[in-house]
Ligand binder design. Sequence first.
Ligand SMILES: [Zn+2]
Ligand SMILES: [Zn+2]
Length: 524
Amino acid sequence: MALPAGEGVVSYNAAISRCARAGLYARALALFREMRGRGLRADEYTLPPLLNSAALMRGPPPAAVAALHALLLHAGLALHLHVANALVDAYARLPRAGCAAAAAARAVFDEMPRRDVVTWTSLLTGLARAGAHAAAVRAYHGMVAAGVQPDEFAVAAVLSSCAGSTMLDVGRSVHATAVRLGLGPFRSVGNSLVSMYAKTGALRDARAVFDAMPARCTITWTALIVGYAQNGRGRRSLEVYADMVRSGCRPDYVTFIGLLFACSHAGLVDAGRAHFRSMVADYGIAPGPDHYACMVDLLGRAGRLDEAMDLLNRSSTELDATVWKSLLGACRVHRNAELAERAAEMVWRLDPTDAVPYVMLSNLYSRARRWGDVARIRALMKARGVTKEPGCSWVGVNGVTHLFHVEDRGHPRAAEIYRKVEEMTERIRGEGYVPDTDWALQDEAPEGRQRGLAYHSERLAVAFGLLAVPAAAPIRVFKNLRVCGDCHTAIKMVAKVYGREIILRDANCFHHMKGGECSCGDYW
Ligand SMILES: [Zn+2]
Ligand SMILES: [Zn+2]
């Protein structure tokens, strides 16, 4: 591995570069140590491949990037554009790039006297990957404002953030920009657009982009399959899958999550079983926790709790909390307290502070009027110091996100919104709405009780939507938790009496509500 004695910086740079390009990251870093041991100084050509290697090395101490950062500052190389770009990129690429890495990338970025499209794109990608979606969108706007033309990588990254933060309006404007810049034909851009539109509930647009794409890959097909599934069009997902297979494109792990999700939400038990088998037998894909969660959901909806339990007992995969929560959800619907307690225990074994099982059990018992058990679960929750994530809902209007918490009076138009909620309740009562106090009693989030039902965050958001969204457009509401049963009923009726399409995306799926019906078929 060592270079012959007497080799200079140029030889080392070439060797390090070769190793980095070949994916031999540890070797690149070792060569660098050897080079320094021989008293040679790194220059602006040495550092970019090293930073790249440090960021991409498997299971590396992320400190390697920080150490190289310190070194390049010391060597006065921070002002070289391509060195700084590599540094921003390295921070952004660190495995599990969290907020700290994103902040480090940002700090380097802010210090740079000159930035090009690579700099901006590295920052943008890093922020998107760290889940800092609002910051990613700001970075994109900053890039455009600075007169730097976004490329296909920047566009794909910002679209993923639009999807992640459900900023459909911004997504549309990015789409328009991408077309204007001639980036439309890039498959990565098309894939990101299909996914962004599907994840924000704009299925027609997702389909239009998909149809216009000159070439598609597994990611394209999967984005559409998942999109239809999450939006309650399970049968459509299966049709798309059939087309995918006919086109000769091979489904992967994620495709099957979408497919099984589609089957479960459309209540297609036989199709679900068949696809689960085909995944293993025809494609050699070992089912993971997500596939099991979908199967449990599928069987649970059909009331086949025993078969679901059987499937889990026979699995050789390490099951995660999602799987057990699916089983819990099914038990709640079918009021099977015994199995629910077992599923809750399994979740708690993995994480005793997970609030979901407490909420589900408490809901199950209150529906069965077993108040003693409700009290027991609440006491257990309190004793373990578990707190529930507060529920909140938001609506985007003209690119501005309006966020609501339960009984929230912080909005500038609060008085108007509350009058609208009163009016909504009045009008749906006329249609036969009776508040379902089972939901009020179960403490789903600290979202108030009895009277509080009417002021749940999703209802405030819908009221605001009725006031602020033009009559011809659907009202799109997003909620961080699952929608409560009473709000689900109430909002369906609101959609009917006001003649509006309301699209509510909760923590689990989309609810397309129109004319008093919901695409989820009242199971979620
Ligand atoms: Zn509610
Ligand atoms: Zn629904």
